[in-house]
Design a protein around this ligand. Sequence first.
Ligand SMILES: *Cc1c(COP(=O)(O)O)cnc(C)c1O
Length: 396
Amino acid sequence: MERVYFDNSATTKVDPRVLEEMLPYFTDHYGNASSLHSFGRDAYDAMELARERTGNALGTAPRDIIFTSGGTESDNLALQGAAYALAGKGKHIITSMIEHHAILHTCQFLETQGFKVTYLPVDAEGLVSVEGLKNAMTKETTVVSIMAANNEIGSIQPIKELAEVAKDGGALFHTDAVQAMTKVPMDMSKLKVDMLSLSAHKAHGPKGVGALYIRKGVKLRPIIYGGGHERGLRSSTENIPGIVGLGKALEIGMSEMEDSVAKMSKIRDRLIEGTLDAVPRSYLNGPRGEKRLCNNAHFRFDFIEGEGMILHLDMKGFAASTGSACSTKSLEPSHVLRSLGLKHEECHGSLRLSLSKFNTMDEAERFITTIGPIVENLRKMSPLKEGVDYNVATVH
Ligand SMILES: *Cc1c(COP(=O)(O)O)cnc(C)c1O
């Protein structure tokens, strides 16, 4: 059985060209980038090439890029770093209710440290209102953080407009672009974004490495102290193979973006149309068309429990997810789905399919013929039958 991977928002396969670029930095060029000898210089040069590639991917200078251990650390450095650096000016932060936990839990921590956080709601499609941000801004607001694209339902936020509102109100604007990178253009010369987080492993690079773009002039307080690497913002010996992989993944991702977006959009549209056709009482979560990530399809099925569906799909060779990989171990319904206005029980029958450039239309067709019978069988066994009071017949 040929397995099909539809869980690319959780992580992606490393592109073979990325791996090839990384390998020498484990074996031959294993120096410490801070060392003065030639081993060190080789490592340093490779790191600076990766910084240049990352800068190019964002339409900015290499010096605006700080390498980190991933999207989570970039989000923490941006939010905590800016909140503390600007605490003398104000202690109000604005974010959205559908952010990744790397943002939400950081905000919750900051609330325990005397900061005030406003969590903006989203509409039924998962979009933040520009007007809503305008109304939430106060003189105390120092940081606004709104994700570029959502990891569960694929909604693409109006970053350009939101950043302008933040700027007009005198606040810094940060965006978590982990899911958007190499799928939605992120040009820092055209957007008033002050900080942007990205992660390599969501874009065919290795796990454990990411970057934070920091606009020139923006001051952050570090969250890690030590040898003073990365302009003092991120101490620790640099992960050279990872950084090399990140740079290469972005270079490839950007040069192939147009083609891969077109390819994924077609497969996504077929998956959405085919699944909604194949399964009675199925619904699409998140926006349609332009405002949806090219690689995201997110469904809700009545009378179904998502985890059971994932396991049955896995037996048929399909890797999918109920939503966010981070929250599947808890039975709490996803905060993103709840923010769309869905009821507790409506969140349980959810299925996220997330594509990469390596998926094919044939895989989509095979999925469409597989999902119908799985849902039908699960519904036969389901305690959540029609006419049953959801509030009594809970799934766990
Ligand atoms: C995966 C993800 C992160 C976390 O990135 P890591 O590199 O795994 O720490 C942050 N934000 C979003 C939107 C993500 O999808």
